[in-house]
Design a protein around this ligand. Sequence first.
Ligand code: BEZ
Length: 210
Amino acid sequence: MALQLGDTAPDFTAETTEGTIHFHEWIGNGWAVLFSHPKDFTPVCTTELGEVARLKPEFEKRNCKVIGLSVDPLEDHKGWAGDIEETQGHALNFPLIADPDRKVSELYGMIHPKADNTLTVRSVFIIGPDKKVKLTITYPASTGRNFEEILRVIDSLQLTAEHSVATPVNWHAGEDVIIVPTMSDEDAKKKFPGGWKTLKPYLRLVKQPK
Ligand code: BEZ
């Protein structure tokens, strides 16, 4: 069965462009994004990996590591890295897993045979410090992802892990959030002494907690 939210992210040992990693140990006490791309030396993937390299400081600010994966061998990952830097202006600054035997791809359900029997699709897993899966998304090979959206989700996950709030449509860090409907007004008064705006009894907006 496909990995679901709340499942423990499977642990594994793999070869990467930064050496052998033991996944859970590599994650440590922070957050992680594990994402697959279909193939080295392909156009959309080249743009995606350059973008993740550009955004690496943003992931770091959120105490989140990033790691990529495809079924290509390590030598291909290393050979391709130069093209990413040359064409995207950002050198690969995070590890890429070489998974030619599909061990990790299969553990995480990254190969969707009806889309392509041999290559990984564009999967993303956000994994929390508890090693549980917090988000899964899957894009087809033909559509490059928006990694700013992944950062936005991490902001929401980290906020909602700490406070009894949820984040509304298109929310970005700093904007008003929603008091979870399971919290009574009485409890909300204690949690949010500055008050909130009630649009409906179930839709209460409050300033984002610090
Ligand atoms: C790409 O990255 O451009 C790509 C890779 C595999 C299939 C289709 C597109």
